[in-house]
Design a protein around this ligand. Structure first.
Ligand code: FAD
Length: 670
């Protein structure tokens, strides 16, 4: 049997991005021994790439802003599918989380009178994003890392050990959440099974509470702004541990990624470019976004270029430019322009900031964008337009969590925060709302994981040798894939190449479950995923365990395939268009879907108790309790009704607006 080192901790946090670090700080500050584990180098999480800013209604630039307006914008952006309690907590607590960062040493850009400056972003009524040029994520991570180091120094003073109560395991990957039957009979979390990238060595972190903070899923798509580590690991780990995922059909395609040269296709062009005045034009020079303002937003957006341009100087007497519509609207508009033959030579549209700002201001406000285009595309954005097009950017769907505690429903001891958690953003996230989300709910996850560990720590379930051996066998499987004889010819077929399987997966998701979706294509995608799942089981690798990227990819494939099936199944099931889910065959938003969440579980798993009482509607499996999957996939899906929005929160909206979203039943009981 493989000898595997075990360590005991109170709380294990998987992921060292903004959500993970904020959770770790909270758990450690509450006195719990906390381990943080991350796949990449410490400090190189996805959060570091965030550019535009953190949304928080501090009202520094426009005093009209407050949490209620932020809540309203977030619900509108998510087309009312948000878990409203999460959206409320987020809007209320975000300003405190930004102030807190300042007290820990973050240096934000300032207003003329010395307050934290806030910039405009799509879907936000007021300038709301606290920022540091276009490198906000870097400052956020730097500050959180500095705080972790400060806590370690405190521990050193007390115990002589920097890592006594908070330790980071970098370049280490979790492949399984461990669960055991506890003293009271029920199954609960007991730790995480991990491998170290450099040596390939396995180890187990035992703990009664585990927080997932692993970020998103973009690497399942071909064109994406996401980096190599976004393989949906936390989503898959949660599913495999018995948790459910919600809203997986909602994937955000950011409207502006680079389209040229091919090697950088998908890299993000921050929304700050539009927030700071960038305009979108097609190949005919037309500022086309005026043609794409949907009815629900008509009253809030300018009707002419003159009015739109006037808004930057005089927002009280002009309406916002349509370039600042929520991301889903802008991405669809760009897609339509390109499809109609009005795209740029490389299949995008033009985004121009050079006509609005001087070269000096562009270099000061958008230094990374200036550098990015000059270095990667030989384009000087102070003098010429950029070519941009949609890129897969963010997943709204994620672990089904309790709004207050971030606890994953149905799996005691499991928590989730940040991009891996679902619900907060409904069908579409507003820019800037992720950084604030991960601070607000990262803190909450750390807090409640600490409380849970304190309560359950004494009776912690022991991790069995059998479970460790099974996890090790599963992780080593790609080394043992032998040539298989093919049934017809009898000739041997070599093991599958994990890179080929990955490429085919990305192509299929991009082409068949991308920005515009159709039933037949999604059915095709599900068949392709089933084929790839079989091939991934035969993905083989050579060499040894020390720093072997092919092996790591072979392990990641399991996660990407599970998550992709969730996306494809949920997308095929939801017969309407809403936010980050656009159906060519069901182009309108259907009010009857407003209160419906699609819940994904592993086929054969038993639904958590609350799900059994939920109403299954059209498109759902119609089952309660034990779930099953259609067409032999691994994922079962069911429809669950959302709780009604609290009356005082509904009162923040005009009745006319609510009519566009709410069901008849909700409107009559309001
Ligand atoms: P991450 O920061 O991605 O951290 C995930 C962590 O989990 C990493 O440490 C990773 O190594 C680890 N991990 C993953 N799998 C495993 C595993 N199996 N085992 C161990 N560790 C694992 N949002 C905004 O609000 N404002 C912006 O301006 C903004 N700009 C953006 C710009 C870009 C280019 C991109 C791509 C995104 C941007 N976003 C922005 C979105 C935002 O950055 C992310 O949603 C957010 O940072 C996610 O944070 P997180 O803590 O959930 O995950």
């Amino acid at each position: 049997m493989t000898q595997v080192e075990r360590q005991q901790w109170d709380v294990v946090i998987i992921g060292a991005g903004g959500a993970g670090l904020r959770a770790a700080i909270e758990a450690r500050e509450r006195g719990l021994r906390t381990a943080v584990i991350c796949k990449s180098l410490f400090g190189k999480a996805h959060t570091v790439m965030a550019e535009g800013g953190i949304a928080a209604s501090m009202g520094n630039v426009n005093e009209g802003d407050n949490w209620q307006v932020h809540f309203r914008d977030t619900m509108r952006g998510g087309k009312f599918l948000n878990q409203w309690r999460m959206a409320e907590l987020h809007a209320r607590e975000a300003p405190d989380r930004v102030w807190e960062l300042e007290t820990w040493g973050a240096l934000f850009d300032r207003t003329a009178d010395g307050r934290i400056s806030q910039r405009n972003f799509g879907g936000h009524e007021y300038p709301r994003l606290a920022h540091v040029g276009d490198r906000t994520g870097l400052e956020l991570i730097r500050t959180l890392q500095q705080k972790v180091v400060a806590l370690q120094q405190e521990d050193f003073k007390e115990s002589g050990d920097y890592e006594a109560r908070i330790k980071v395991f970098q370049e280490c990957t979790v492949t399984q959440i461990l669960k055991e039957r506890g003293l009271k009979g029920g199954e609960s979390v007991s730790g995480a099974f991990c491998y170290e990238r450099e040596s390939g060595r396995f180890f187990v972190l035992e703990a009664p509470a585990v927080v997932l903070a692993t970020g998103g899923i973009g690497k399942s798509f071909k064109v994406t702004s996401n980096s190599w580590e976004y393989t949906g690991d936390g989503h898959a780990l949660a599913l495999l541990a018995g948790a459910s995922l919600i809203n997986m059909e909602f994937v955000q395609f950011h409207p502006t990624g680079m389209v040229w040269p091919p090697s950088v296709k998908g890299i993000l062009v921050t929304e700050s470019v539009r927030g700071d005045g960038g305009v979108l034009r097609n190949s005919e020079g037309k500022r086309f976004m005026f043609d794409y303002v949907p009815d629900v937003f008509k009253e809030k957006y300018a009707e002419s270029e003159e009015e739109a341009d006037g808004w930057y100087e005089d927002p009280d007497n002009n309406r916002r430019p349509p370039e600042l519509l929520p991301r889903d609207e802008v991405a669809r508009a760009i897609n339509s322009e390109v499809k109609a033959g009005r795209g740029t030579p490389h299949g995008g549209v033009y985004l121009d900031v050079s006509t609005r700002m001087s070269a000096e201001v562009i270099k000061r406000r958008l230094p990374s964008m200036h550098h990015q285009f000059l270095e990667l595309a030989d384009v000087d954005i102070t003098a010429e337009p950029m070519e941009v097009g949609p890129t897969c950017h963010y997943v709204m769907g994620g672990v089904d969590v309790d709004s207050e505690t971030a606890a994953a429903r149905g799996v005691p001891g499991l928590f989730a925060a940040g991009e891996v958690a679902g619900g907060m953003h409904g069908s579409n996230r507003l820019g800037g709302n992720s950084l604030s989300d991960l601070l607000v709910f990262g803190r909450r996850a750390g807090l409640h994981a600490a409380e849970y560990a304190r309560e359950h720590g004494a009776a912690r379930p022991a991790v069995s040798e059998e479970q460790i051996a099974a996890a090790a066998d599963e992780a080593l499987r790609p080394f043992g894939v032998a040539e298989a004889p093919t049934s017809k010819t009898g000739t041997a077929s070599p093991p599958e190449n994990p890179y080929t399987v990955h490429q085919e997966l990305q192509q299929a998701m991009n082409d068949l479950v991308g920005i515009i979706r159709r039933e037949e294509e999604m059915t095709q995608a599900l068949a392709k995923l089933a084929e790839l799942r079989g091939r991934a089981r035969r993905a083989g690798v050579e060499g040894h365990r020390q720093f072997n990227p092919g092996w790591h990819l072979a392990l990641d494939l399991r996660n990407m395939l599970l998550v992709s099936e969730c996306v494809a199944r949920a997308a095929r099931n939801r017969t309407e268009s809403r936010g980050g889910h656009t159906r060519d065959d069901y182009p309108g938003m259907d009010r009857e879907w407003r209160r419906a969440n699609l819940v994904c579980t592993l086929a054969g798993a038993t639904a958590p108790p609350e799900a059994r009482t939920a109403t299954d509607g059209p498109g759902g499996s119609g089952e309660a309790g034990a779930t099953r999957s259609e067409s032999g996939g691994r994922i079962a899906i069911r429809r669950r009704e959302m709780p009604p929005i609290r009356g005082d929160l509904l009162d923040l909206f005009e009745k006319d607006e609510l009519i566009k979203y709410l069901t008849d039943e909700e409107l009559t009981t309001e």
